[in-house]
Design a protein around this ligand. Structure first.
Ligand code: PEP
Ligand code: MG
Length: 539
């Protein structure tokens, strides 16, 4: 009798979870596929003209995709359209073509160099955008060579160094998932995967895998296994069942007001950036917007007053009277904005957040006017980021007063909302009573944690140190909560810790009664709250 071939041994990869979820299927190895050869023209001028036409074709395709997209997807494609519309790359390629290179080689060289610069950048923001540049490079190359777009087989686990935003956007990921050898949890694709519930892990590293091999992906734990053995498949199925059960519970809890097991009411707000996100959120599931980050408005240059006013008004109208806390621009640190932020050797401790706005009052005044005008459309609260000393609140308030006087003179409708601050610099958390000029406080646990522990928030190597449940951070959080309770100043927490169901208990035990969470975590966090007994003695 013929012996059955034994299955190959299991190959296990571990990485970081970029979008939690479970998937199983054959591995789809992204290869560059069969490429049409680029046929050179007789003269460098004709070669260059072909390149320019290909860039225009790529621009048209990307702009077409942008028109059909919404929210973050549209912003990502807008960034790509802006890059394709800038002729710096084409000019650099022209010099190479004139020196004897073929158009496709010249374009690849120029883009590869730029991709390398982005990849080596110290700023996570730029590193996370290498996939956008790869996208641009490949789309122009396909146009030059007459190739078609890469098709990913449905229901597979996509394995590659990275994936471009457009490849992600055109594919139907139902039943499938993504394991990237490189990649970043803060990249555009990671953000889109989280929004769309596509399981994805990053940083799984090298190792040979044959296309078509059976595989399982546990993107909650960050594990990808090729040729899994029976025990691994059983554990994966258990994990998937738990994950699905938690999702069902979350869906059940999302519409209800949040209450602990002992009956304490907790406010649950949502964090947003682009107003388009509100299209996917049921306003009945939240107590308002606890943090609207406004940096997205600065993605493609400095936004004018009208653009900002429209964005703020849309969210206020959606909230229908519930409070909407909009944070003034928090540029700098890990969020550089060309034309606004300053080059510094240590940007996390530099001129960022409110410091930058006060240093650039003409840019800040535009946002102030837009906010004052939007204030008439709902229950607006304004929050200043990165405040470190009380005088920053006074200086900001003086600018609001000046702009109000101008709007009144011009007969323009406006309303002055409550002005509060983020608590993300230890000086505020240690002595919150010195900041009594703030009408409310919202703890930015991401930055507070990194500053208390001197551990960068974007360093994977320091993740075990940069923990919000470190006793030092929790003691500062309870100091702020106690100040709020005795002085009747509302205190909330809007950092990522609020969205982590395992951290909700220590946060409530520290005295917090208001949290602001990622839209995808509303139900999960409410379910976690329901399981907490604040009367029990264990922490
Ligand atoms: C924070 O620091 O916790 C916060 C909410 O601000 P951001 O993450 O935008 O810096
Ligand atoms: Mg912050």
């Amino acid at each position: 009798m013929m012996q059955a071939e034994p299955s190959p041994a299991e190959i296990r990869f571990t990485g970081l979870s970029a979008s939690a979820g479970f998937a199983a299927g054959p591995v789809f190895c992204a290869s560059r596929g069969e490429r049409g050869a680029y046929v050179r023209h007789k003269s460098p001028d004709a070669d260059y003209a072909h390149l320019v036409a290909s860039i225009e074709a790529a621009l048209e395709t990307t702009a077409g995709m942008m028109e059909k997209a919404s929210g973050d997807a549209a912003d990502i494609l807008e960034f790509q359209v802006a890059m394709l519309g800038d002729d710096t790359f084409a000019e650099a390629a022209r010099a190479l073509i004139e020196a004897g290179s073929a158009a496709d080689i010249a374009w690849s060289q120029v883009l590869d160099q730029e991709i390398e610069n982005y990849a080596q950048s110290e700023e996570e923001y730029f590193r996370a955008r290498t996939a956008d540049l790869t996208d641009i490079r490949d789309r122009v190359l396909r146009a030059l060579r007459g190739d078609s777009e890469v098709m990913i087989t449905p229901g597979t686990i996509y394995l590659a160094d990275d994936i471009t935003p457009s490849a992600f956007l055109v594919h139907d990921w139902t039943g499938g998932g993504i394991a990237l050898r490189q990649g970043s949890t803060t990249s555009h694709v990671a953000m889109l995967a989280r929004q769309r519930g596509v399981p994805m892990i990053v940083g799984v590293g090298g190792g040979r895998v044959d296309a078509g091999s059976p595989s399982i992906l546990d993107a909650k734990a960050g594990v990808f296994v090729v040729w899994p053995d029976d025990a691994t498949v059983r554990a994966w199925k258990d994990g998937r069942a738990d994950f699905e059960a938690a999702a069902t519970v979350a869906a059940r809890f999302a519409p209800r007001p949040a209450r602990t097991a002992d009956g304490t009411a907790i406010s649950v707000h949502v964090n947003i950036a682009d107003p388009a996100e509100t299209d996917q959120i049921d306003v009945g599931h939240v107590d308002g917007v606890g943090l609207m980050r406004t940096e997205f408005l600065y993605n493609s240059g400095l936004p004018d007053e009208e653009t900002q006013y429209r964005a703020y008004r849309k969210v206020l109208e959606w909230a229908a009277g519930k409070p909407v806390t909009i944070r003034t621009a928090d540029a700098g640190g890990d969020k550089p904005v060309p034309g606004f932020t300053i080059e510094e050797s240590n940007p996390f401790l530099g001129v960022r957040g409110i410091r930058l706005c006060l240093a650039m009052p003409e840019i800040f005044r535009v946002q102030i006017r837009a906010l004052l005008r939007a204030g008439v459309h709902g229950n607006l609260k304004i929050m200043l980021p990165m405040v470190a000393v009380p005088s920053e609140i006074d200086q900001a308030r003086a600018l609001f007063d000046e702009e109000m006087a101008k709007l009144a003179m011009a007969g323009t409708a406006f309303a002055m909302p409550k002005l509060g601050i983020m608590v993300e610099v230890p000086s505020v958390a240690i002595t919150p009573e010195r900041f009594s000029a703030a009408s409310f406080l919202s703890i930015g646990s991401n930055d507070l944690t990194q500053y208390v522990l001197a551990a960068s928030r974007d360093s994977g190597a320091l993740a075990a140190i940069a923990r919000t449940d470190d006793p030092a951070v929790l003691s500062l959080i309870s100091n702020v909560a106690a100040y709020g309770a005795r002085s009747d100043v509302p205190v909330s927490l809007c950092g990522d810790a609020a969205s982590d169901p395992t951290l909700v208990k220590p946060l409530l035990k520290a005295g917090l009664r208001s949290l602001s969470v990622a839209a995808s975590r509303i139900g999960l966090v409410k379910a976690a709250i329901a399981g907490i007994d604040l009367g029990d003695r264990q922490t």
